[in-house]
Write a protein that binds this ligand. Structure first.
Ligand SMILES: [Zn+2]
Length: 426
């Protein structure tokens, strides 16, 4: 199957000529086959005049089934919030997880996210639902505990890796995710690192999200979380470090030297009052910065458009410097930087030979006029409601109000039933 998007405005999310006008984008099977002015033959031609084509958003830190806790535990400090959520999580089963995953995927597809990095339990169910709806996912089982009680979880992650890693040329990949310093013993982390290195997979960890976490790690081990994980070898695995709000100068140098990615979660950091990650400084040190929503319980949505807006404006407000973080930088963080983090060298740009994870945005709305700077319009004035088509790996998952791979009424209903079951006393 080939599809031609004709006459589009294109944000390519690459350096140099990053916005293209009156451009044709040809999709052949699951690849972008052509980007340019020539007219091309295709099985289907979509008139994309007054529409924008751009790479789908890559949400590099989330906990998919936590959509079920949306609006359940708002306005709490992180540790109170965790202790409110944990008893419900213990009651979750495969059916509840699937209901949560499907709701999360519906929201992602609708708001233009085509790829995500997850950390949770029941990743087998999360993988199956992901394949069912056709999203691209990098999945990791949250690992907590000591060598004794953590090992079955690590084995689950290994099984997940053996079954799914590399499925359909990278539609599904598997990472390993020790949850955080404060939820595992040193010996167990060392075991996780050993396995991860053997399987040549990345590690996904919450690092220095809050001041309390950062300071208690120093009290316990005499070093910061970055230094603690570095000494255990976790940074030799292509580390995917979520948050990094409280990193020191030395931490940032280590992250840069080890080529780690920091996944910045603006909405979650603001809502939980975790603080302001030194994003500008980390960028200046050459650290790859991508964006994530975190779970929808601390956000409370999976809408990456809100993250690009917040990433662009929060650091300006906090620092008093309006020149920080341009729309173009925010868009790269949400697309190509995320692809790089997750080990995809042919994803996150509208470029020939790249994977066809593409979204289309309807520009025929008052908020996109007048046209001066298209990247600015998308980031500062745009809204994910205007996403009118979401394509992953060449398959159209959503178009003009219709989902092609899920029944939205059923998904919404199942999610409500799942929450009712979790919160019932029985
Ligand atoms: Zn998280």
């Amino acid at each position: 199957m080939s599809i031609l998007f004709k006459n589009a405005t294109v944000i390519a999310a690459q350096d140099g000529n990053s916005v293209l006008y009156n451009t044709n984008v040809l999709i052949d099977q699951n690849k972008i086959a052509y980007v340019g002015k020539e007219d091309k033959q295709a099985d289907r031609v979509i008139d994309a005049s007054n529409k924008l084509i751009m790479p789908g958003f890559i949400n590099t830190h989330t906990h998919v089934p936590m959509v079920l806790f949306r609006s359940y535990a708002d306005d709490m400090v992180l540790f109170d919030w965790l202790s409110t959520i944990w008893p419900l999580e213990e009651k979750m089963d495969a059916e509840i997880i699937t209901a949560g995953a499907m709701l999360a995927y519906a929201e992602m597809i609708r708001t233009g996210t085509t790829c995500f990095l997850d950390m949770y339990n029941f990743e087998e169910e999360i993988a199956q639902a992901c394949v069912e709806v056709g999203l691209r996912g990098v999945l990791s089982r949250g690992l907590v505990g000591d060598v004794k009680d953590g090992m079955p979880k690590l084995q689950e992650n290994i099984d997940l890796f053996n079954k799914w890693n590399g499925y359909k040329d990278g539609l599904i990949k598997v990472a390993f995710a020790p949850h955080a310093e404060y939820t595992s013993t040193k010996e167990f982390i060392a075991q996780c690192v050993k396995t991860t290195k053997e399987l040549n997979s990345p590690m996904h960890i919450h690092i220095s999200e809050t001041k309390k976490e950062h300071e208690e790690c120093i009290e316990r081990h005499g070093k910061t979380p970055v230094q603690y994980f570095n000494d255990l070898g976790a940074l030799d695995t292509g580390l995917l470090a979520a948050h990094c709000v409280y990193v020191t100068e030395e931490d940032m140098d280590i992250l840069a030297q080890k080529k780690a990615t920091v996944m910045h979660n603006p909405a979650s950091n603001l809502k939980l009052a975790s603080g302001f990650a030194p994003v500008q400084k980390m960028m200046e040190k050459g650290i790859n910065i991508s964006l994530g929503t975190d779970g929808a319980s601390s956000n409370n949505n999976l809408d990456m458009h809100k993250e690009i807006l917040l990433a662009s404006i929060m650091h300006k407000g906090y620092s008093g410097d309006p020149t920080l973080l341009s729309p173009s930088q925010a868009l790269k963080m949400a697309t190509v930087n995320g692809a790089k983090a997750l080990g995809y060298d042919n994803l996150g740009m509208i470029k020939e030979g790249y994977k066809a994870d593409v979204i289309m945005i309807d520009l025929d709305k008052p908020r996109y006029y007048p046209r001066n700077n298209i990247e600015s319009l998308i980031v500062y004035a745009g809204n994910s409601d205007d996403v009118c088509l979401t394509m992953v790996d060449g398959e159209i998952l959503y178009e003009n109000g219709n989902y092609n791979t899920l029944d939205i009424d059923k998904v919404n209903k199942a999610a409500q039933q799942a929450l009712d079951k979790l919160t019932s006393k029985s």
